[in-house]
Ligand binder design. Structure first.
Ligand code: NDP
Length: 288
């Protein structure tokens, strides 16, 4: 079998085109979706992420405000920025780019963002709603992965989904979303025994590990759908996933490439969520 590639670039573009239309409709009602992105310090990878988010927003017509703050800012000063934009009605989404410098408790900052403006979907209130199958705001990476299933008509009902990785931003919310869509979910992690035995049972395998090309052909059931979330540099400096793409493509039915798979979908979902929050604001004004 040669796996069909799930093209995240193409799907993200389709989603962006649709979002542009929704932004136009909002603008006709006098509302411009606005996203505030707060970047602390000089982390070069974070700068690239923020720039990419800014560009994606501009293309769709979302207004962005990038707040660049010095590395040595205190927690209270940063909290004051979050509070300011929580209270600003013209702002629909707030994102604080992680990681934050050591003097700042990242959890405290994430928890300070108003749940209604939490475009990253990391606030415990939003995570709680998601786990109760009443989602309000969704973590963008797993939300983006769900779009592949919709687009390619991959039903989750009754399927065994095995997730490798239990982070708050990928593994755990992914499990909730798949459970909400009637999959039978197994979450695995670094302490899991006989990992390969479990991954080989997966109809749908999600690799969110952070280890270059960790999942091999022998870890995958023939015909499985394999989602590669990883973004790692191998020893030659090349960007590779958590899945050995070359090997696994021989046995999987579907596979997300790296790059061009999950990555573009994460940004597209950030945009989608910003637009959704702005639309909610309009509905509230209309009394709907
Ligand atoms: P974390 O480091 O927060 O979590 C990694 C998870 O993998 C942990 O739960 C860890 O287990 C588990 N793990 C690590 N080693 C093993 C192992 N040998 N066997 C089984 N499980 C293991 O990473 P993230 O979830 O933030 O990210 C995962 C990957 O996805 C990274 O490569 C990251 O760059 C990428 N990523 C990509 C995004 C995109 O948009 N494409 C967005 C976000 C992340 P334990 O909990 O026991 O430590």
């Amino acid at each position: 079998m040669v796996a069909k590639l799930l093209d995240g670039k193409k799907l993200a573009m389709e989603i962006r085109t649709h979002l542009k239309q929704r932004v136009q409709e909002l603008k006709q009602k006098g509302v411009t979706p606005k996203l505030v992105v707060i970047l602390v310090g000089n982390d070069s990878a974070s700068r690239i992420y923020v720039r990419n988010k800014h560009r994606a927003a501009q293309k769709i017509g979302i207004e962005t405000k990038d707040i660049e703050l010095p590395q040595e800012i205190t927690e209270n000063e940063l909290l004051a920025y979050v509070k300011k934009y929580n209270e600003d009605d013209s702002v629909h989404g707030i994102l604080v780019q992680l990681p934050l410098p050591a003097q700042i408790n990242a959890e405290k900052i994430t928890h300070a963002i108003a749940p209604a403006k939490d475009v990253d979907g990391f606030h415990p209130v939003n995570i709680g709603h998601l786990f109760m199958n009443d989602p309000h705001a969704l973590p963008c990476t797993p939300h983006g992965i769900m779009q592949f299933f919709k687009k390619y008509n991959i039903s989750l009902m009754g399927k065994h989904a095995v997730i490798v990785g239990r982070s708050n931003i990928v593994g755990r919310p992914m499990a909730a979303m798949m459970l909400n869509n009637d999959a039978t979910v197994t979450i695995t992690h670094s302490k899991t025994k006989n990992l390969s035995e479990l991954t080989r049972q997966a109809d749908i395998l999600i690799a969110a590990i952070g280890q270059a090309e960790f999942i091999k052909k022998t870890d995958v059931k023939p015909g499985a759908v394999v989602i590669d979330v990883g973004m790692n540099r191998n020893d030659k400096g090349k960007l590779v996933g958590d899945v050995d793409q070359k090997e696994v493509a021989e046995v999987a039915s579907y596979l997300t490439p790296v790059p061009g798979g999950v990555g573009p979908m994460t940004i597209a979902m950030l945009m989608e969520q910003t637009v959704k929050f702005a639309e909610r604001g309009v509905q509230n004004v209309d009394g709907e």
